[in-house]
Design a protein around this ligand. Sequence first.
Ligand code: GLU
Length: 316
Amino acid sequence: MRGRFAPGPTGYLHLGNVWTALLSWLQVRQQGGTWVLRLEDVDEQRSRAVFARSILRDITWLGLTWDEGPRIGGPYAPYIQQQRYGLYMRALQLLQRQGLLYPCYCNRARLQTLGAPHAGERHVYDGCCYKRFKKNMAPPGDKPPSRRVHVPPDTLVFADLQYGRQETALRRDGGDFVVRRADGLFTYALAAVVDDGAMAITHVVRGRDLLPVTAQQIWLLQVLGYDVPQYLHVPLLVDAGAHRLSKRQHGITVAALRDAGADPCQILSYLAWRGDLVREKRRYTLAELVQQSELSRLSGEDICVAAPEREICSLL
Ligand code: GLU
């Protein structure tokens, strides 16, 4: 069993990140697997070395030890996406050879006019530039294109360990997606899939916000010849207004909680208790959390954590 935690170094580690890290770590530790840490920094403009350092420091401080990853290496090194561009390039070449890759010249304004399958979701690309590509038409200008992958009209079915049977029409619900941006940067949609495949990940635990892109990721894994992991999507931590916890919120970063006097076991126990993994509201040691957490007790409902600081610091 190989699980992974894959934070993007675009901010400080906060309770929402720790929640998914904890669940993935517990799943692996309970089953004697290998826990992989990977820094997802393909978005070079938003990623910062200072955040990468602070994330590694905070995960270490929390005691969520990793078996492979930055600083310690491992058989699938490197574990930092900016050092893995050769692999992403090879994946693109494979897609190109299969005739699935095409240049897209659509600008943001045009993409914004396209509809989304559900409220609040991303648009579904209408295949405009695929038609242009098929007809061998000349580029509309000299602006560099992004690269999209052409998905089939198939419906993909998979079972999520938390949310059950999922049925996604690849073209209708997701559409052709960008794997390389016009500025040359690879996208999360490509890099995360290549890495889960190449790092032989068998168990993915992550926020339910990524459930809608999972079918697309499974399809791409298969096209690239990788094994498909099992997916466990988990409810999100939300504030009193039902908004997803964000890095901008005060008092929820690991650093702020540490400054307020919280210790690692208080933070992890609080999350395990709020997520209903353990029955009592108290401070557990890491070993107790591994022994006593029941991941099967997790419900699909988002978890409200309004003003958690006081509750965390008072756990005995
Ligand atoms: N880097 C992604 C994030 O932080 C990870 C997504 C995933 O686990 O696949 O949201």
